[in-house]
Write a protein that binds this ligand. Structure first.
Ligand SMILES: *Cc1c(COP(=O)(O)O)cnc(C)c1O
Length: 519
């Protein structure tokens, strides 16, 4: 961005020598350009109007800062505008359609927010005596019961704080179970269509990861998996529905084979949105599965809030799950079982994953979501999510290549490739073109099993009108990629920034302000 204001402006500037797509201020209509706070503020200004603290003897030894820290200051209205302008350059689910595949960016009903802000939930402290937070503990317990029911599993660990954290919880439970059996199994099998966090988790927990290939239909190759099973295999990690947006129909056969060979089945349930109320993973032989409350059960995520990744466990793994957990006592009260009781109540637990009991605000929102939908409503969530994804898949027939479109309907997300684009045009160009159309791009270049992947997840909370508008925009941008429209190569044209060097930003991030040079 070569906005004239980057160097500061003077009143006499701006006399009509501005290129056609630029403005004097760098603003684009009411989309206001904003520089870094280091560029607009200086150390002589502050929004705070208090006297300096009286001199006092330092108790810092020789460690006191010798020079001023040099942070830029702004007046209160300038500060408010700075952050408000920045916030308006952000895009979120409350602004528009957010079709980021594998992320389930769905509307968070405001009812959930109202419930989470009720005094008895928002003002409690995790160190309060348990008898004073019985309502909060009952929320955790009731949500746990729902999650067990919906998945057909035996127990649930509520404390993991995100999907990947839940994976770690499940894999540590498997590790503890193997240790209790006195077996040294070191390999986790992970299909190509698994989410990237799966192999990362297995490796982090100390296992060797081996790939299982996918069939031409985008599913786990059952025969290849069976052939690799043996006494060194701790288990498999399977994403179902998988990252191609497809259900793994051989799931039961996979579980049976893994169990027969002495291993455990971890299922990545982050895509539970597609099957909630329709399929119970427990019936498919799953031993451990995380559920992303921030996806399936609509609690805000990304910039909007923390995640929460409870893990449901089979009867075989439940004794190894983490502490703390809630238990209903004979007198009806709810007790949080912590270390002190764990030695007798839960002696095989692998230990603790978090400081307290998990993401209380997310539990409250998720339970509010579940209770307001009811069992029938949750089933309809899955049906509508799948219907919306298939509507998008079929509406782009003949425009975008759908690699598994021939093998029947998809689940909750539609996968496309860059096949058929003009020479030199790529998935990235389509993603950038969608920004000009006012849409957050879909997930790109993931999954890795197809070339130039575009993974679109509409979720059930979008109207047909919203889907039709997106389909129109995607058709238009895709046609430009197929016809080789040169202006698409420089998109986005209307965003505050154009194409950034994302590789350089990832490899050599500039994390501290060091003056104009940015070095
Ligand atoms: C989102 C997702 C994860 C990771 O969840 P986080 O909460 O981001 O850690 C894992 N697997 C799949 C399939 C996902 O979609």
């Amino acid at each position: 961005m070569n906005a004239p204001n980057a160097a500061g402006w003077r009143p006499e500037m701006g006399e009509g020598h501005i290129a056609h797509d630029e403005t004097f201020t760098g603003n684009r209509a009411l989309m206001l350009e904003e520089r870094l706070i280091f560029e607009i503020g200086d150390t002589s200004t502050t929004g705070v109007d208090i006297d300096p603290a009286p001199a006092a003897p330092s108790r810092l030894g020789g460690l006191a800062r010798a020079e001023a820290i040099g942070l830029p200051g702004l007046s209160e209205p300038e500060t408010v505008r700075h952050y408000t302008r920045l916030s308006r350059q952000n895009y979120g689910i409350d602004l528009g359609f957010f079709p980021l595949g594998s992320c389930t960016m769905k509307h968070n009903p405001r009812l959930n927010e109202a419930v989470a802000r009720m005094k008895g939930f928002k003002d409690v402290h995790p160190l309060q005596p348990q008898e004073t937070v019985q309502g909060a503990l009952a929320v955790i317990n009731e949500l746990a019961v729902w999650l067990i029911k919906l998945t057909g599993m035996y127990g649930v660990a509520m404390t993991p704080k995100a999907g990947a954290h839940g994976e770690l919880c499940g894999v540590l439970a498997i590790k503890a179970a193997l240790e209790a059996r006195g077996e040294n199994r070191t390999v986790f099998l992970v299909p190509e269509s698994a989410h990237g966090t799966n192999p990362a988790t297995a490796a982090f927990a100390g296992f060797t990861v081996e790939n299982i290939p996918a069939t031409p239909a985008g599913r786990v190759d059952l025969e290849a998996l069976k052939a690799r099973l043996g006494p060194d295999v701790a288990g498999v990690m399977i994403t179902n529905p998988n990252t191609c947006g497809l259900f793994e129909p051989d799931m039961k056969a996979i579980s049976d084979a893994v169990h027969a060979a002495g291993g455990y089945v971890y299922c990545d349930g982050a895509n539970f949105n597609a099957i909630v109320g329709k399929v119970r993973p427990g019936d498919l032989g799953v031993d451990a599965m995380h559920i992303n409350l921030h996806k399936t059960f609509s609690t805000p995520h990304g910039g909007g809030g923390p995640g929460s990744g409870p893990v449901v466990l089979s009867e075989a793994l439940a004794p190894f799950g983490p502490i703390p957990y809630t238990a209903r006592q004979a007198d009806g009260s709810i007790h949080l079982i912590e270390e002190a009781e764990a030695t007798t109540e839960h002696p095989q637990s692998f230990g603790r994953m978090t400081a307290f009991h998990g993401q209380m605000g997310m539990f409250t929102r998720a339970l509010s979501y579940i209770l307001s939908h009811g069992a029938d409503g949750l089933k309809q969530v899955a049906e509508d999510a799948v219907l919306n994804a298939n509507y998008i898949l079929r509406s782009l027939d003949g425009v975008l290549d759908a690699p598994f479109g021939h093998s029947g309907p998809c689940m909750h997300e539609a996968l496309f490739t860059d096949d058929g684009f003009a020479e030199g045009f790529s998935t990235l160009d389509v993603a950038k073109g969608l920004i000009d159309e006012g849409f957050h791009p879909m997930t790109v270049y993931f999954p890795l099993v197809v070339h130039g992947a575009m993974l679109v997840e509409p979720t059930e909370t979008e109207s047909k009108a919203a889907l039709d508008q997106f389909i129109g925009a995607l058709r238009s941008v895709a046609m430009r990629a197929k016809q080789g429209d040169p202006s698409l190569k420089t998109a986005p044209h209307f965003a505050p920034r154009r194409r950034l060097d994302e590789t350089l930003a990832a490899r050599k991030p500039v994390l501290a302000w060091r003056g104009d040079k940015g070095e």
